[in-house]
Design a protein around this ligand. Structure first.
Ligand code: UDP
Length: 232
């Protein structure tokens, strides 16, 4: 594997606290990503915003404005995580689809490619820049644009199940499942818009649990039993 896009949920960064950041968790992620960069891999990153805010967080304010707050939450997450990455010795860039002055670089495919080819871990912050989308859609969109081989989907659950294991102890985990079946059965690996984008553009995903030890590296090395979402 050469170029991948890693998606981290905002909640995963918060650890048990569920909000804000859990530095040991993020440092663990940083060390694993460094292992991959040292092997010559090119890594793009998208981070959710759920540890701060969701578009659905307030019923009182306009959805577009609430979504803007959500997108800004992802910018904060990316700036924080990129600094932890730097502290363990990686080069990083945070790109956004809208200008944030000197805080971030404006996203363009060419500039992202340049960063990635130079071994710079590139964070795609601010989602798609549009309300009513999600960081799932931003993940698939950027993965397609940078021509990533696969999306690494780090979740709080260790793969794709036929039903929620929290509600159903007999839930069955898939080793492999097609994106068409994910859509058909509404399994919600990523949201529906993102799933359709994956299917139409043939972008596969590897789904795994972030809490399992060394799970990012092991997934890349093919030694972790997550779920492979195929696109045939
Ligand atoms: N968001 C958005 N457009 C995007 C990406 C994110 O409006 O392209 C907003 C939306 O409000 C979302 C929040 O940012 O709820 C955080 O993103 P994330 O994907 O983590 O949200 P979730 O799907 O978990 O609510």
């Amino acid at each position: 594997m050469k170029r991948v896009l890693l998606k981290l949920s905002g909640e995963a960064l918060a650890g048990d606290k569920k909000t804000g950041f859990d530095e040991p968790t993020v440092t663990q992620v940083a060390k694993q990503v460094k292992t991959l960069v040292d092997q010559g891999m090119e890594i793009g990153i998208v981070i959710g915003g759920g540890n701060f805010w969701r578009g659905r967080s307030s019923e009182k304010i306009d959805r577009t404005k609430a979504d803007q707050i959500g997108m800004l939450a992802t910018v904060m997450n990316c700036i924080y995580v990129s600094e932890i990455f730097r502290s363990v010795g990686m080069k990083t860039s945070v790109m956004t689809p809208f200008t944030c002055g000197a805080f971030t670089e404006l996203f363009s495919k060419d500039r992202a490619n340049e960063n990635l080819a130079n071994g710079v871990v590139t964070f795609f912050a601010g989602g798609t820049g549009h309300p009513y989308f999600s960081t799932d859609t931003a993940t698939v969109l950027r993965a397609i644009e940078i021509e990533a081989e696969v999306i690494l989907l780090a979740k709080s659950i260790d793969g794709v199940y036929d039903s929620d294991p929290k509600d159903n102890p007999a839930a069955k985990k898939f080793d492999e499942i097609s994106i068409a079946e994910v859509i058909d059965r509404k399994l919600g690996v990523v949201d529906m818009t993102a799933s359709i984008l994956c299917m139409e553009n043939k972008m596969p995903m590897l789904v795994f649990g972030l809490n399992q030890e060394n799970s990012i590296v092991n997934t890349v090395n093919g030694t972790l039993n997550g779920t492979k979402v195929t696109v045939s």
